[in-house]
Structures are given as structure tokens and as C-alpha cells.
Design a protein around this ligand. Structure first.
Ligand code: HSE
Length: 371
């Protein structure tokens, strides 16, 4: 029976992964072993079967006994442990939610509803590293993967509205603290129905600049604000998050000719759903009915939302999508720019299809492959 090591199962992505695996009854047919960076010897999570005490996530000798390692521990741990493992001759499958190995030649970015062919080819040709993609890229491809599959995309711009969860668990917490701070300082004014909106606005604004405003994690207010920069700077003026759009999309799809992808990535005050406004330059003029069908038929999770105000506001929001695997795409229409310019809007749970779900599914694929 295959031995599967889990590292980083307690963090945010790891917890979502554990929940999904339990919900799908995945803990069968292999031997799970749980690792920890801080609690060696303690009890592991409840997964419905007896498991050994937690082992040391830095112990290469112990990790080497696994056929598959699934890690949500993050890039620093991968950079420290992965090279040592390979150097020690480990030939198992490394399935990783972090970005550390994503762009390496000997790794594949996994999003099987979109690139199962690339994954299968990788397994057959002996690739052993299977890495989760950037959440925004994965969610964009879950949404309009059909257009890429039909070779209809000349280029795409993605203007993003990214949730706090993409920055980390502490950021989610701080966002709520910021909202609470704004709420608390505005309470008195709100209680008086006669308060003018501009007076309330002055109060909110002054709270954002207040020394006591909680912003240790973000560095800036996100509540009642937005932050149009995510991750570090690249030399060409893009942020790293924006750069990932083009490199990861093309790597996931295994394109021969690079399809340009670009846009501006913005952090907004939603909790865990990333949204994106897309502009697609089509390679040819295809009617809206056919386009809609291509988008809707691409996988089991994408769902086209009719372009009406009522349906859009009901189904195409983070509040509607959070906690679900559905990836709605709506506001689909041809733009005034011309018949080959398509726009749409999509929303997806950043912790599910954006992080844990491709990892969960890759584990199943790898287990099936090694039999
Ligand atoms: N980098 C993404 C973000 C999350 O900051 O929202 C991880 O893919």
C-alpha cells in the first residue's frame, strides 16, 4: 500500500485540504503519515483511521519512506527540505501547494480539469513534481478554460479583485479587525439618522489614518479601501502576481506559442473569493451563444450566469460562491471595442480551486498511477 506523507495539514490551505479529503472519503487505500514542524510525537488529525504520532517534517530519513509527499507547509519548508530529499535519492511524487518549485522545468502545475493531458504526459515521462498554481491563474482557467481549449484566445487581460485569504490567515483576521475598528468609531454617528453621509465619510477616513488602526499585517488599511499591488515588484513594472498570469497560464496549458496574459492585480476586502474582470481578444469572431456553450461545457464546476442584474447580483459574488467549488462566469458580452473582444466576470473560492482542490485531486491521480 502506498505511503503518503502530509506536511502543513494544520494551516489554512492544509485544513481546507483535510476537510475536502474527509468530505470525499479520500482516506482509504493508502497509508497516511502526518508530519509537523513543531509538535513531533503528538497526536495527528482525526482522519477516520489509526495513524502514527506526528513525525518531524525536517527528517529526510523519515520523509524518504513515503511514496508521495503532499505539502501545504509553504515555500520556505520546500526550499529547505525538497533538495535534501532528492539528493538523498528519493524518487517519490512531490505534490506541493507552494510556489517554490512551480516554474522549474521538472515540475508540472496541476489543474486537472484544465490540463489533465499535461499531467498524464508528465506522469508517463517520469516527472515527479506536481505543484499547485497561483490561485488567480487557476480560477481564471477554471472559468474560461474552454476558450483556451478551443484555441480561441489571442490574448487576455485579467483585472483582479483578490481576497484577503490570498495574503494569508493573519490577513483575514486583520481585515475583520479593520472592519470592526471602522464600525466602532462610526457607531455613534450611525445611530443618528440625521448624520450626513459626508460626515460619516470623514469619520471613516480619519479612522483609516488613526495610529491605532490595526494594520500590522497588511501595512495599510484594506477595509474601506483597496490595494492595487500584490507581491513583490518585477523589473518591467508588473507585480509578481501579475507576472504569474502569463507564465503560469502558459505552463499549465503547455502552450507552444505564448498566449499573452496581463492585467492589474488588486487586493479588495472580500474574505476568500478572488474575482476577475476579463477581456478576451478572440482569434476569430464567434457568436455569443457558441461562446457561452464553450465556456459552460469546459468542466463540471464552471457555471454560466445569465447577464441580467438579478442573476448577477445573486450568483456572481464572493458572498454567493464562498465555500463552494462552483466557478461562475457572468457578464458575458461582446464589447464596444469590436466583435472579437469579449468581456466576462468570474468569481472563485481561492482556498478551494485556488489552492486545496487541485492538490487533493492530484493525490488521487498519483495514487491511481502508481497503483
Ligand atoms: N498570491 C495570491 C494572492 C494567493 O496573494 O492572492 C496565492 O495564489
Amino acid at each position: 500500500m502506498a505511503r503518503v506523507a502530509f506536511i502543513g495539514w494544520r494551516g489554512m490551505v492544509g485544513s481546507v485540504l483535510m476537510d475536502r479529503m474527509l468530505a470525499e472519503g479520500d482516506f482509504k487505500g493508502f497509508e497516511p503519515v502526518f508530519f509537523t514542524t513543531s509538535q513531533v510525537g503528538q497526536k495527528g488529525p482525526r482522519v477516520g483511521i489509526t495513524i502514527p504520532p506526528l513525525k518531524d517534517a525536517y527528517d529526510v530519513k523519515e520523509l524518504r519512506t513515503a511514496d508521495i509527499i503532499v505539502t501545504c507547509q509553504g515555500s520556505d519548508h520546500t526550499k529547505e527540505v525538497y533538495p535534501r530529499l532528492r539528493k538523498a535519492g528519493w524518487k517519490g511524487y512531490w505534490i506541493d501547494a507552494s510556489s517554490a518549485l512551480r516554474m522549474k522545468d521538472d515540475s508540472i502545475i496541476i489543474l486537472d480539469p484544465v490540463n489533465r493531458d499535461v499531467i498524464d504526459r508528465g506522469l508517463k515521462t517520469g516527472i515527479r513534481n506536481y505543484i499547485g498554481g497561483n490561485c488567480t491563474v487557476s480560477l481564471m482557467l477554471m472559468a474560461i478554460g474552454g476558450l483556451f481549449r478551443e484555441n480561441l484566445v489571442e490574448w487576455v487581460t485579467s483585472m483582479t479583485y483578490q481576497a484577503a485569504s490570498g495574503a494569508g490567515a493573519n490577513n483575514m483576521r486583520e481585515l475583520v479587525e479593520q472592519m470592526a475598528f471602522v464600525g466602532a468609531v462610526s457607531r455613534k454617528l450611525l445611530a443618528k439618522p440625521a448624520t450626513a453621509a459626508l460626515e460619516l465619510d470623514r469619520q471613516v477616513l480619519s479612522s483609516l489614518h488613526d495610529k491605532a488602526f490595526p494594520k500590522k499585517v497588511f501595512g495599510y488599511p484594506l477595509a474601506a479601501n483597496l490595494l492595487p499591488w500584490i507581491d513583490s515588484a518585477m523589473e518591467n513594472g508588473q507585480s509578481r502576481e501579475e507576472w504569474k498570469g502569463i507564465v503560469e497560464t502558459n505552463k499549465i496549458l503547455g502552450t507552444r506559442r505564448t498566449i499573452p496574459v496581463d492585467g492589474i492585480c488588486v487586493r479588495v476586502s472580500s474574505m476568500r473569493c478572488h474575482s476577475q474582470g476579463l477581456t478576451v481578444k478572440l482569434r476569430k469572431d464567434v457568436g455569443l451563444k457558441e461562446i457561452t456553450k464553450i465556456i459552460a461545457d469546459a468542466n463540471d464546476w464552471v457555471k454560466v450566469v445569465p447577464n441580467t442584474k438579478e442573476e448577477t447580483l445573486k450568483a456572481l459574488t464572493p458572498a454567493a460562491v464562498t465555500g463552494t467549488l462552483t466557478v461562475p462566469v457572468g457578464r458575458i458580452r461582446k464589447m464596444n471595442l469590436g466583435e472579437r473582444y469579449l468581456t466576462c466576470f468570474t468569481v472563485g473560492d481561492q482556498l478551494l480551486w485556488g489552492a486545496a482542490e487541485p492538490i487533493r485531486r492530484m493525490l488521487k491521480i498519483a495514487l491511481e498511477y502508481i497503483g
